[in-house]
Design a protein around this ligand. Sequence first.
Ligand code: ZN
Ligand code: ZN
Length: 366
Amino acid sequence: MKVKLALAPEMGRKLIVEEVELADPEPNEARIKVMTCSICHSDIHAMMGEHGEYEGASAVGHEISGIVDAVGKNVTYVKPGDRVLCSLMSQGCGVCDKCLEGRIMWFCRNIDRSAKPNQYTRLNGEPVKLPYGFAGFSTYTNVNERRIVKLDDDISFEVGSALACGFISGFAAVLNRCKIKPGESFAVTGCGGVGLSALMGARVSGAVPIIAIDTQQVKLDAAVKFGATHTVNPKAVDPVKAVLDITDGYGVDHSIVAVAGPGIKRSTFDLTAGDGQMVIVGHGHPNDEGMGEFNFMEFLRGKRITGSVLGAISLRRDVPKCMEMYRRGMVDIDALFTNRFKLDDIQAAIDDSERGALKNIVICNE
Ligand SMILES: [Zn+2]
Ligand SMILES: [Zn+2]
């Protein structure tokens, strides 16, 4: 069927919206009428070729909420009319030993890694590359059933979009990786949408103090609203010294890095306690984010570095919990949203995100 799709005609080029042909869903896919897709900085990195260079047209958008429009013959979890969100995280098979141990999707023994045929074709015959396997900046997209979670009737599509990636990347990283005990200390470096969501996770977990670190005052002001008890601006003070001062010289028990850049992981590690843990959730540039600056001696007292992608969630276990916490007012996901744009104005939405908007929403169907 003919649908509208935002695509970059070549790597690094601006997005254009055009009519394309969408293939029917595969047997294990559902066709989703996309209602909202929020913008994630990963979309911008992927379009620029930072997740792998490519030739020709490509399309992104992975924070999808919508309505199931049609299903392939093997789909059992959803039916047409269901409200859903679609995530890059996928549900494991649920029956292999790794799934039964409760491991997240990456470790499932039965992940379907077969390459799918191109689902979008431009009217000039060119197939459109999809780094994420689907494209949320479109009116319709086909999604593997395992990447779908049902959205409760009282949860808006916008909130569903945030739950697909941006919010869980910060919030669930704190729940699933930090596993804070009430009263333990916490710091996050980088207070964009992911960092602010991490602050909400620290607040729900009972962390104290909760320290927000960012070079932009506007983001530090937002951080206080999301639970920060202290703010540190590295442009004004040495962040390591400031955090050591706040924590009586110990450093924080838990830290999250939610921004990329030279020296940021090093300084966050240095403000983490000698037996604390630093969790990396932000995008990193492969060439300038090596481990060479760390010395093995620094780990002898039990200090740890680990990472998290998409909050290390188990999709259908964690998203319903997040919906319930949102419903009960424990997290304020709506406050993450900045501006709303129509699909035709997608490039303006991305430009606004690059200027620092927290989370912009693209409305793909009215
Ligand atoms: Zn994302
Ligand atoms: Zn499995």
